[in-house]
Design a protein around this ligand. Structure first.
Ligand code: AP5
Ligand code: MG
Ligand code: ZN
Length: 209
């Protein structure tokens, strides 16, 4: 299955993707993670993306579309993939339709008021990509990654000023994708405000896994 996870910043796309990778046996592709990795390694792509990401703006379509094409052309995506954070604009969705056939766009519905608590409590491992929350999903040892033992960080774009900007960008540019996939009969929506396990159950049921 080729699945898209739609949802606001902090809706829980990355957290649900980590669960679905196991359940569906396909990789997840997070454009945000690929871009953060490029920034960490100070590549030309990273240098271009950094200013946009730090400001809570979208990286230009042509940059992410090329990046995504290269990624899903790789062998491990042959039997399906989960897209976390792509597409985020109508032009990205149109480009995707030309290179892959999408089975379902699953929208995680979380209102803006809930997002603030999600973002301020989030901690991420820059080494292995694992995501935690100080209350909803704490690591065994505070600020240390359960998987690789590296130190956890607060993402640069998780400060409230930037989060508000990311939410505005989401409503303006990404939310119209619900109508785009709705019109194709591919949209499924689930409540993303319940706990992590409950959200996993809603997703499992919606996808018929
Ligand atoms: P990206 O990294 O994709 O960020 P995002 O979409 O803003 O989403 P997040 O990763 O912040 O949230 P999430 O939905 O994954 O939530 P998470 O699972 O971590 O993109 C970052 C930037 O890169 C963009 O702003 C843009 O600049 C650029 N970019 C990326 N893709 C692009 C594209 N296609 N085009 C252009 N630019 C692009 O959960 C959040 C927190 O809540 C965690 O602490 C988690 O533990 C907790 N949590 C999760 N689920 C639950 C639950 N059910 N109950 C309680 N807590 C929960
Ligand atoms: Mg994420
Ligand atoms: Zn780690």
């Amino acid at each position: 299955m080729n699945l898209i996870l739609l949802g606001a910043p902090g809706a829980g796309k990355g957290t649900l993707a980590a669960y679905l990778i196991e359940k569906m046996g396909v990789p997840s592709v997070s454009t945000g993670n690929i871009l953060r990795e490029a920034i960490k390694n100070n590549t030309p792509l990273g240098r271009e993306a950094k200013q946009f990401m730090d400001a809570g703006q979208l990286v230009p379509d042509q940059v992410v579309i090329g990046m995504l094409k290269d990624r899903i052309a790789q062998d491990d995506c042959k039997n399906g993939f989960i897209l976390d954070g792509f597409p985020r604009t109508i032009p990205q969705a149109e480009a995707l339709d030309k290179i892959a056939s999408i089975d379902c766009a699953l929208s995680l519905e979380v209102p803006d008021e809930v997002i603030e608590g999600r973002m301020t409590g989030r901690r991420v491992c820059l080494k292995c990509g694992a995501t935690y929350h100080v209350k909803a999903n704490p690591p065994k040892t505070p600020d240390v990654c359960d998987h690789c033992g590296d130190r956890l960080h607060v993402r640069k774009d998780d400060h409230m000023g930037v989060v508000r900007h990311r939410l505005a960008t989401f409503h303006e540019q990404t939310e119209p994708l619900k109508d785009y996939y709705g019109a194709q009969g591919k949209l499924k929506s689930i409540d993303g405000t319940q706990g992590i396990q409950q959200t996993e159950q809603f997703a499992t049921a919606a996808l018929g896994l």
